[in-house]
Design a binder for this molecule. Structure first.
Ligand code: GAP
Length: 500
């Protein structure tokens, strides 16, 4: 579906809408309604189970959204967290440089100096996207953090965190103390990050307040054992720098064992596979739509030594889009915070070496992935609109309907309550014809519907006490005894976690 159509549907069904909608909205800010909130939670829970729940040394924490200035100074964000901004001298509109150059340089402007961007603008006769005049200026760096006054005197400055990662680095010494004093140690945060994007657009794709799920794995660079042989045969869709430089855009399928090298150490590859499998298996993104996009040394974020973005081809946004990444950040973060805070952030390993741990970061954008679920799994099929969400992500797991409200309503309500008590999200609905009710559930991604009818309540029937279970994807129907329903639905909506 096109972006507008998808957004229209999500808005109409109350999944999400612009913040302050009655005031005309606020660029780059969105609120989630009940279905959107539930779906987002499920994605966050799936991410947590996949990445954090599988090691006894990985923990999820919560931390403040505001960071004192000293933190973002030490982290390098005050100096480096910038995007080039281009202003038009005629109409005074301001744009991100990559937006202005979208048509002539679709791969973006990462790694280009302001002078090179200005040269491209002049050479290719790029005009202002708003007024059409050739009066675009030289790009200037624009810091994307939101700074706020902190305290009552207004002398102190704080910043809304630009990435959740920083809070995990600040937590490291405390987590070392309360944990097992051994590496690797994982610290995860699922929470808001804030960026004053120059050109917020594409709904959930470039927001000013968004949710990240990020796991920081602190490890000993001389010793990070991973079961690489267990994933050696996995074939990954990679687009590496040398092929990109030849103008290739499609990934090639390469077995992990052939990617092993000094450049791509085992610990990195193992976690790249684990992340790729999350997209393919837990989020059910067809593997043909995934691309692992290697960033070159000039394109990588300023803190990274190795970076592959996990991209998914999104029809609604017209191409591959970054939804997550695997970042090898070296000792950048703890060294910078040790220098900034004056605290010793080194630790002693079990074999007695004093080291500053390195960081492997697995980062994931929750909002972008919610959008991707709609892009990939929501569509029209014959006469219906159906969202074939992976059952483990469905906001509502089962719709419960009486065929006739008067006759079967009380039984259906009691059944819905019974399922809710068993931990299943069941929604009772008796409004309109049965076809309309199915249609509403199909659009919301509900994998199962149950209908209570005359047979259910007829003591003389051989099928008394059974209800019709309807499967969303196939529309197939079967009669199932009431006593079996909770177990059937619980097992079909559980996230399948393959062993690591
Ligand atoms: N801690 C590393 C980090 O923040 P990033 O590539 O800047 O790296 C990580 O962001 C993820 O956060 C991205 O892959 C994307 O999914 C999400 N993200 C980044 N900026 C975003 C924005 N403006 N709106 C929505 N999601 C965003």
């Amino acid at each position: 579906m096109k972006s507008d159509e998808l957004y229209g549907l999500l808005r109409r069904r109350g999944f999400l809408w612009p913040t302050a909608e009655i005031y005309g909205g606020a660029q780059g800010l969105y609120d989630y309604g009940p279905l959107g909130t539930a779906l987002k939670r499920r994605i966050e829970e799936a991410w947590t189970a996949w990445f954090v729940g599988r090691s006894e040394d990985y923990y999820r924490i919560e931390a403040a959204d505001l960071l004192p200035e000293a933190v973002v100074r030490a982290s390098g964000h005050l100096e480096n967290f910038t995007d080039p901004e281009v202003a038009c001298a005629s109409c005074h509109s301001v744009f991100r440089a990559d937006t202005v150059l979208e048509k002539v340089r679709p791969e973006g402007v990462d790694g280009l100096a302001p002078a090179q961007i200005a040269e491209l603008v002049a050479e290719r006769h790029v005009t202002c996207p708003k007024c059409g005049r050739a009066t675009l200026g030289v790009p200037v760096p624009f810091n994307m953090m939101f700074g706020v006054d902190f305290g009552v005197t207004g002398h102190e400055r704080a910043y809304l965190r630009p990435e959740t990662a920083q809070s995990s680095y600040l937590a490291f010494p405390r987590m070392w103390e309360v944990g097992r004093k051994a590496l690797p140690l994982g610290v995860a945060i699922v929470g808001r990050a804030y960026r004053n994007e120059i050109a917020p657009r594409q709904v959930l794709f470039r927001m000013r307040a968004f949710t990240q799920a990020e796991l920081q794995i602190f490890f000993d660079p001389e010793r990070f054992d991973v079961p690489i042989d267990a994933v050696g045969d996995e074939v990954l869709p990679v687009l590496r720098v040398p092929r990109r430089e030849k103008g290739e855009e499609s990934p090639e399928w390469v077995p992990v064992r052939e990617l092993r090298s000094a450049e791509l150490p085992d610990f990195y590859l193992f976690h790249l596979v684990h992340s790729y499998r999350f997209f393919r298996d837990a989020l059910a993104i067809p593997k043909e739509r995934i691309r692992l996009f290697e960033k070159s040394s000039t394109e990588r974020a300023f803190y990274n030594r190795i970076q592959f973005d996990i991209e998914v081809h999104l029809e609604s946004l017209g191409g591959y889009k970054e939804l997550g990444a695997v970042h090898y950040r070296g000792d950048y973060d703890l060294s910078r915070h040790a220098a900034g805070s004056g605290q010793d952030l080194s630790v002693v390993t079990l074999d007695g070496r004093r080291i500053v741990p390195h960081v492997l970061e697995l980062t994931f954008g929750v909002d972008r992935n919610l959008w991707a679920q709609a892009d990939v799994h929501l569509g029209r099929e014959e006469e219906r609109t159906v969202w074939k969400l992976p059952p483990a992500l469905a906001p509502v797991q089962v719709g419960v309907f009486p065929l006739l409200k008067k006759e079967h309503g009380a039984y259906a309500r009691a059944l819905a309550r019974e399922l809710q008590a068993a931990g299943i999200v069941a929604e009772y609905d008796d409004a309109g014809g049965i076809g309309k009710r199915y249609a509403r559930m199909d659009e919301a991604g509900t994998p199962f519907c149950l209908t209570v009818d005359g047979t259910t309540l007829d003591p003389a029937s051989a099928e008394a006490g059974t209800v019709t279970l309807r499967h969303r994807d196939s529309k197939a129907q079967e009669r199932v005894p009431r006593a079996e329903l909770a177990a059937r639905i619980a097992s079909a909506t559980r996230l399948a976690l393959a062993p690591v």
